[in-house]
Write a protein that binds this ligand. Structure first.
Ligand code: SF4
Length: 432
């Protein structure tokens, strides 16, 4: 290739790369995808930095701070999490579950400008945003003296509980390679001044839940999620026993048996799934397969692979559909992690084709799939890897949404109102 041709090829590839990451270009390229969702994905990919002017509008008495109870860690260890907002809301009700990062990163800025909070990039205003409101129960304590904000956190319309903040796949170093739950557990233990516990007492949960339900109209569902616990007579019996205790304690707040609650747990066997369904008020079950390729599953999720395996994970999800019903069983994938190098797919087209084929297989069996946006988290094995383009994430969200529509699946617990962490299920508000 001549020098001139090489330069032209370079320019072309730089331009193509620029377009694959350019929000405005992609909003025009995909007119059938909500512009709010495209912006949200990019904000999740790149993170936000709160400027001084934005923080002047943050009132911890009114807004939820990012030090509320959670299982995953922070993206940037230089950020002090009690002084910043936990996340953002767009004008159309789309939530952006996003981590704060240092100003020197390639992030969006949140600024206060002309009486409004706005998202900006390179000095240009993209959208208005709001901070999430703090629920009233945050200021209360349980009868054992625990601050309730250490027990549960809140999305705009959902209560979130992470009752067990450790994952036993880390016991022999086989936690998922993108995950920082172990680092977060260590960090919380080392800096615990506020009474956070790795394992919550079901009584504290019940009392917090009771207070949360007093806020009329605020919460329409609850999500429970924790690390995996391999212990028990059969593997994961200890995890199931504990969830049954937690769900029974929560159920004391209702006069009827079933109540809107979703559990994101390990892929349980049939006996364990039946126990959860029959002994508690649980209505929705999620078990995250994380990556839809058997070889990548082995590499990226070595603990899940060792204890359960890729095919068995899927089989257990199908059994769950028989028990909980279509539309009540979900599986999450860490969108984009299939491109993690050195073993991931080498091209975005190839990754998308394989991933959507895996989504379709699960949908054929009545399992709804949701994707998160992979962020290389500090403290995870993958912390220094490169994330895929924005174009890839838009195609992934739209592709999963199309399959969900094709199989007429619903997803009430993970939609834009309740969860707000999945670009594909944000699109489901257009469900025909
Ligand atoms: S199962 Fe994987 S992603 Fe979930 S907490 Fe354990 S290591 Fe992290």
């Amino acid at each position: 290739m001549s020098e001139k041709h090489a330069r032209e090829a370079d320019n072309f590839s730089n331009a193509a790369k620029y377009e694959r990451d350019d929000v405005k270009f992609l909003i025009e390229k995909y007119p059938d995808v909500s512009p709010f969702v495209i912006l949200k994905i990019d904000v999740q990919r790149r993170g936000v930095h709160y400027t001084e002017s934005a923080l002047s509008q943050f009132d911890p008495k009114v807004h939820q701070a990012s030090n509320a109870s959670r299982i995953f860690g922070i993206r940037d260890k230089n950020i002090h999490d009690s002084l910043i907002p936990s996340s953002l809301l767009l004008r159309d009700g789309t939530s952006i579950c996003v981590d704060a990062v240092s100003p020197d990163s390639n992030s969006y800025l949140v600024e206060y400008f002309d009486g409004k909070l706005v998202l900006t990039d390179n000095g240009e205003i993209y959208e208005e945003v709001e901070y999430w409101e703090k629920p009233s129960f945050f200021d209360k304590k349980t009868s054992s003296g625990k601050p309730m904000y250490t027990i549960a956190s809140a999305r705009p319309q959902r209560l979130s509980l992470a009752p067990y903040g450790y994952c036993h796949f880390w016991d022999n170093g086989k936690g998922c390679l993108y995950c920082d739950v172990f680092t977060q557990a260590k960090l919380r233990k080392a800096t615990d001044k506020e009474g956070y516990s790795i394992k919550l007492d079901p009584r504290d949960i019940s009392e917090t839940y009771h207070e949360a339900l007093k806020e009329e109209g605020r919460f329409t569902t609850t999500s429970l999620t924790s690390g995996s616990n391999t212990h028990g007579f059969e593997p994961f019996d200890a995890e199931v026993d504990y969830y049954i205790d937690v769900l029974k304690a929560m159920g004391e707040n209702f006069a009827i048996k079933k109540f809107p609650v979703q559990l994101t747990g390990t892929a349980y066997n049939e006996r364990q799934l039946r126990r959860l369904y029959e002994e508690t008020g649980l209505m929705g079950y999620t078990s995250d397969i994380e990556v839809l390729d058997p070889e990548l599953f082995k590499w990226i999720c070595p603990g899940k692979s060792e204890w359960i395996g890729f095919d068995n994970w899927k089989k257990r999800l199908y059994i769950a559909v028989d028990i909980f019903g279509r539309g009540n069983v979900n599986s999450g994938i860490v969108g984009g992690v299939e491109l993690a190098q050195p073993n991931g797919f080498k091209s975005e087209d190839e990754a998308l084709k394989h991933t959507l084929a895996g989504v379709e297989e699960l949908a054929e069996h009545g399992v709804t799939v949701v994707n998160t946006v992979w962020i290389p988290r500090q403290g995870s094995y993958f912390e220094h890897l490169k994330i895929p383009s924005l174009d890839y994430y838009v195609r992934l969200a739209k592709g999963i949404y199309d399959i969900t529509e094709k199989y007429d699946l619903t997803n009430d617990t993970d939609d834009f109102r309740r969860c707000g962490n999945h670009p594909n299920s944000d699109l489901l508000r257009l469900h025909k």
